[in-house]
Design a protein around this ligand. Structure first.
Ligand SMILES: *Cc1c(COP(=O)(O)O)cnc(C)c1O
Length: 373
């Protein structure tokens, strides 16, 4: 059997990620590979750090991209900050909150779960109550933008509560970074992780993270070394600190980092505020069209994520068949429901480069046609 080159079709990606990649980012990816300790590459990494600080709105020195997807960023935050016996408050209003809980348990921590309905934001009242019941908790972990439901939670309010009670925060910003306001320093967030393939419209496989000084202090005063060698941030720190201090930790994914650099240059050139505004405008257009088609949102208007639109399927429609028709006839990918929403909802992403008028128009037209039957 001969196996030929793999040539993917030209799809439009409007699911929960990966999102459509900026053409400039794909070009950056195909540039010549250079050594990861080459002085020019190290200079690029230093620029990348400053671009990431801009994206996160932070001055945190420890702001880097982990060489693995968002899930590794999640794991890096937990394995570095949680030690056996630590009590951690975990907000769970969808799939990714549950993953946080699993991480706590695997680190030997005690997870105190604060549950909210799928589709609702994290309840600030419940967080406050949990803090009063468990004043000895070390960390509050929550998902800023819950991609499984499309709900946005109030990271600023949770960050403020955590600081008032001397607790750290671990924040999942995989889908929020670049799509909705996220101000790490102003909101006093401690360990925040994201992903390259959602609103940054970069290739999958990198996880931007940032750690506050308070989080770094906790990492540096651990009782025992982190059980994961690869994700031990005290080792990674040496690798990302420039000015001749760079030492080998692992081989950087050189070309993927070119791509991330390029996508962050695009973010910076557009301006964060403009990017947030664009996501909001495209969401408004899409939402209007979806409502005209008779589709209803899973999340109430005031906590909807512009970049992830979850809508209920019309009654007795075959979810898989419709999504397959969109893919084969329109080269359009939308997401299925996850967990409690499997088979009941679609998730339509407007992330980064995907948040454009032509994508909104394509999606609405295609849905209209397939729903007519
Ligand atoms: C996509 C996603 C992740 C996981 O990121 P991967 O890059 O798929 O590992 C984690 N949290 C949220 C909220 C996500 O949307």
């Amino acid at each position: 059997m001969t196996i030929n080159s793999f040539i993917p079709p030209q799809r439009t990606l409007m699911g929960p990620g990966p999102s459509d990649i900026y053409p400039q980012v794909l070009h950056a990816l195909s540039r010549q590979t250079i050594g990861h300790l080459d002085p020019l590459f190290i200079g690029m990494m230093d620029e990348l750090k400053s671009l990431l600080k801009y994206a996160f709105q932070t001055e945190n020195e420890f702001t880097v991209a982990i060489s693995a997807p968002g899930s590794a960023g999640m794991e890096a935050c937990f394995v570095n900050l949680v030690e056996p016996g630590d009590k951690i408050l975990v907000c769970r209003n969808g799939v990714f909150g549950e993953r946080m809980r699993e991480n706590v348990v695997r680190c030997g921590g005690q997870a105190i779960v604060i549950d909210d309905e799928w589709g609702s934001p994290v309840s600030i009242d419940k967080v406050e109550q949990a803090i009063h019941q468990h004043p000895d908790a070390k960390i509050i972990a929550f998902v800023h933008a819950e991609t499984s439901t499309g709900a946005l939670s109030d990271a600023q309010a949770i960050g403020a509560l955590a600081k008032q009670h001397n607790m750290l925060t671990i924040v999942d910003a995989v889908t929020s970074l670049g799509g909705v306001p996220l101000r790490v320093d102003e909101w006093q967030l401690d360990a925040v992780y994201s992903g390259s393939q959602k609103c940054l419209s970069c290739v999958p496989g990198l996880s931007p993270v940032t750690f506050s000084q308070a989080a770094v202090d906790v990492i540096q005063s651990r009782r025992a070394p982190v059980q994961s060698w690869f994700l031990d941030q005290s080792l990674v720190l040496g690798y990302w600190s420039g000015e001749g201090k760079r030492s080998y930790h692992h081989t950087a994914p050189v070309n993927s980092l070119y791509a991330l650099h390029e996508s962050l240059v695009m973010l910076k050139n557009e301006g964060l505020e403009n990017t947030w505004q664009r996501h909001r405008e495209m969401h408004n257009l899409l939402a209007e069209g979806l409502e005209d088609l008779g589709l209803t949102f899973v999340v109430d208007a005031d906590s909807r994520l512009p970049q992830l639109n979850a809508v209920f399927l019309p009654e007795d429609l075959d979810d898989g068949a419709i999504r397959n028709q969109l893919l084969t006839e329109y080269n359009l990918e939308i997401g299925s429901g996850l967990g409690a929403l499997a088979g009941k909802a679609w998730r339509i992403g407007l992330m980064g480069y995907g948040a454009r008028k032509e994508n909104v128009a394509l999606c609405l037209k295609a849905l209209e046609n397939v729903l007519k039957g």
